[in-house]
Design a protein around this ligand. Structure first.
Ligand SMILES: NC(=O)c1ccc[n+]([C@@H]2O[C@H](COP(=O)([O-])OP(=O)(O)OC[C@H]3O[C@@H](n4cnc5c(N)ncnc54)[C@H](OP(=O)(O)O)[C@@H]3O)[C@@H](O)[C@H]2O)c1
Length: 247
């Protein structure tokens, strides 16, 4: 959508083929969208990504920390490797990218967005490390906002609800293998979620919760925390949804 608006956009991911596919699908002429292959769980790679953008454009207005991986498995089942991966990709990856991009964002008085989850509002069964890694982004974004607001930088966090997935999406199983995502109940299309994220940047929103059920859950967690806790323990823990969906 930023490309359609005429902006220059850089996307990053570990898989070169997927990057090339996305660039070709969205910007076949290759004049506005550019892919940079990088693993954001590696801090020097994040610095390289930002250096490439700085060299090419000399500025950066918006950083969207979207990269993330989901998991499934109870705490007892989850291997230490999966625990590490959740924190390194979902939390540290966003922190490394943000730290690397901050000088450019301060210069442009730009925006940084963290793509989080409803699972960050209240931990849910069978995705504890995912929920914890996204929950950490809440505190990180709050600290960062207090630090950079005087410099005019906008810091936003978007709690995404169930969104349609690419058919080839994989998540970490408890033992560390990557497995396809089983059946899903979708409540938003990818376009709807992307539009909501862009709107949050345009309006410089601090915290946004997406989907009607997400908004209802956020209200319940705030207003009726013990009831919400009881419902999650009683119903969600028994539901196959969290076992199968992974975020
Ligand atoms: N879909 C949902 O229902 C939902 C709900 C709540 C929150 N979210 C959040 O929304 C974001 C996108 O989710 P999605 O459903 O689109 O997931 P996805 O289909 O699994 O896509 C994840 C993206 O992140 C990239 N990525 C993963 N690890 C990376 C790493 N270490 N370095 C660089 N890139 C990496 C992947 O590219 P490579 O594999 O090529 O690296 C891929 O492009 C995530 O942060 C997720 O937690 C999604």
């Amino acid at each position: 959508m930023y490309v359609q608006r005429g902006d220059i956009v850089f996307i990053c991911g570990r898989n070169r083929e997927s990057l090339e596919h996305a660039v070709h699908a969205i910007d076949p002429e290759g004049t506005r969208l550019f892919g940079i292959q990088a693993d954001i769980s590696d801090a020097p790679s994040c610095e390289r990504v930002v250096a490439e953008i700085a060299n090419a454009q000399g500025r950066l207005d918006i950083l969207i920390n979207n990269a993330g991986m989901a998991m499934r498995g109870t705490v007892l089942e989850t291997s230490f490797e999966v625990m590490d991966a959740m924190v390194r990709i979902n939390m540290l990856g966003s922190a490394y990218m943000t730290r690397s991009a901050l000088p450019l964002l301060i210069a442009s008085r730009g925006s940084v967005i963290f793509v989080s989850s409803l699972a960050a509002l209240h931990g849910l069964p069978r995705i504890a490390l995912y929920a914890a890694s996204k929950g950490a982004l809440t505190a990180f974004s709050q600290s960062l906002r207090a630090e950079v607001a005087p410099a005019g930088v906008h810091v936003g966090i978007v709690h995404v609800g169930f969104t349609e997935n690419d058919p080839d999406k994989v998540v970490y199983a408890a033992n560390g293998s990557l497995v396809p995502l089983a059946g899903r109940r979708n409540s938003q299309t990818q376009q709807e979620t992307a539009k909501a994220i862009i709107r949050s940047v345009d309006r410089r929103k601090n915290v946004v919760v997406l989907t009607p059920s997400g908004k209802l859950a956020a209200f319940a967690y705030r207003g009726f925390p013990r009831l919400a806790d009881w419902m999650i323990c009683t119903f969600a823990a028994k539901s196959r949804q969290y076992a199968e969906n992974g975020n």
